[in-house]
Design a protein around this ligand. Sequence first.
Ligand SMILES: Cc1ncc(COP(=O)(O)O)c(C=O)c1O
Length: 393
Amino acid sequence: MPAVYLDNNATTPVLPEIVEAMQPFFSAQFGNASSIHRRGQQARAAVERAREQVALLVGARPAEIVFTSGGTEGDNLALFGLLAQLKSAETDHIITSTIEHHAVLNAAERLRELGVEVTFVGVDSECRVDPGDVRRALRPNTRLISVMAANNETGVLQPLREIGRIAAEADVWFHTDAVQAAGKMRLNVDEIGCDLLTISGHKMHAPQGIGALYVRRNTLLSPLLWGGRHERGRRAGTENVPAIVALGKAAAVASEWLEAGGPEQMSAARDRLENALVSEIEAAQVNGGGAPRVPNTTNISFAAVEGEALVIALDLKGLAVSTGAACSSGAIEPSHVLTAMGLAAGRARGSLRFSLGKQTTAPDIDYAILLVPETVARLRELSPMWKPRPAAV
Ligand SMILES: Cc1ncc(COP(=O)(O)O)c(C=O)c1O
């Protein structure tokens, strides 16, 4: 049976050259990057090389990169780190959006419990934040705007440059969660105008449990973890050298891929899949298809099928994809992102996310084009909700 993986927004396989790059740091070069002997210095050199590679990927200076345990920590460090070091007499206010990953949404909720005022701006039916809404949400006590670069469910890109300009004019910090954008599209922190930017290794072919936060020079940030003076006092704890080396290598691989036209090829493959599914499957609709997107993602609603049932049926035939739905205590909640876009609960529940990776091949796409239409048709035959369009006479 084929084993086709189109769930790269959940996690990506670590590419062979990245495994190879990190391997020596488990054994021959196992040093602690803070040790002053030779082994320590080798590890330190590898960490600093990785810092340069990550900095290059986002157009930053190496000293502005803080290694973290992943996207969740990066987002938390950005939000709590900034708010914790403010000593304002008045209550602080932050602005974020309703379609953020829970790493931002729940951090913002926690800040609210701690007394910070939070505004969640909504999105339009194409999953885009309106910069005008961000501007209108500004208050004299606004300290931070946090809006993601690319949505993890729809792949839709947010108008970061406009928001960056609004933040700069208002003299407010600007953070962007770029976990789903980094390595898939060209990113430059100066062009975006952000002060903080989160990336995560496992969405770009490095291992799970490693990431980085870009922190613009002179941005005061209080650490989340207290201990040694690692990462220039911004993140205590012995560095995970093999994983940091892997993140650096993944950034270098991504930089080359971006230069070599990788995004254009990937979006062509994504569009081939999307167009085939929408033309072959009745009442299939792309969510966010009218907006600019990262090249690897498409989110499609199939009327009258349960997304979870479709994921399981496809998995049984060797195709891994995912729904935007979150399953908690047996009840399937429609995705907060699709709901924020105004999709009815039924359509949101019948949505699947297909996300490509750098390892995805043309035969992988062919297999999905073959399998998804017949699987949707089979499930619809069993669905009391399905009313086929009458045949043309
Ligand atoms: C947009 C976004 N932000 C943050 C995260 C969390 O990253 P990590 O899994 O590295 O903690 C994810 C992971 O799905 C994500 O998609």
